[in-house]
Design a protein around this ligand. Sequence first.
Ligand code: MRU
Length: 343
Amino acid sequence: MIRTIEWTDQGVVMIDQRLLPTEEVYNTYKTVEEVAEAIRSMVIRGAPAIGVAAAMGIALGVKNLASEDGLKEKFDRICQIIRETRPTARNLFWAIERMREIFERHREASLQEIQTALEQEAVRIHREDIEINRKIGEHGQQLLAQRVNVLTHCNAGALATAGYGTALGVIRAAVENGKEIQVFADETRPFLQGSRLTAWEMMKERIPCTLITDNMAGYFMRLGQIETVVVGADRIAANGDVANKIGTYTVAVLAKEHDVPFYVAAPLSTIDLNTPTGDQIPIEQRDIKEVTEMNGRILVPQGVSVANPAFDVTPNHLISAIITEQGVVKEPYQETIASLFRK
Ligand code: MRU
């Protein structure tokens, strides 16, 4: 399996996803500041992987503390460093909350005990994520026909998680169950997670995959060659609106027009019951250089106005089903999503 992120005695080891697919470089990050910068600069990305990195970054920050003096303030500061990295993925904030709970539970313990408990929790979050993705895969693959062409957008694969993936986990599970899946991977401008990462993952596993640019999806849907869409999510509001990589909404509208099922695969840790609708989900605006430059080469006239929102929101009525580790839910999402947390 592709190793996205690992906890080691030397620090947090991550594959630098900015260099894929041409270079497979693993770096060791030794401080919470370094982990935060890795999240911000997209060394690691994808909501569940960001959650794992956040937890490990916090564990690392506390591990590096020399004394118990002002421990609560120091812990808050460490969490703040992680919190300020990326605003949209719910998993980042979910992981901070999980680590904070462990910290609070061990308030009377020694620094060494707290360090051990936080390290164990971070490693547990990593392990659980892989198990969760396998469950998402098993539930989701049942929605796919025996022989089907599936479009995915961005990368919701092993690289976007601790392993296996969410949307790509559904595809992996379908293949493991003997289904014949032909993947269409959207290139995913501007950061190219589809062409650089999804295509790379699919090729590594010999799952048939055709790379298309984002503006080709309608063409292939009209020809009947894209029969299902499966994507991941960065944050799912309580009413089932889904924030995911910019361009996902466009795909959902196209899918509706062509009567193509549009599925979202995500763990419960991506669902934010405190965000009522997609309108309240904060959308990250990234550096315009991601749009204006490629490999240092300037692609646009100097001074042109540029926008670079990293995510968009797909309204719940365009979503055929949401696939989680607790099962598959459909409309009315307000009720069905709430029921997932009562299981
Ligand atoms: O900006 P990114 O690469 O972090 O965005 C990733 C996505 O939008 C993914 O689709 C989402 O996080 C789900 S990953 C399982």
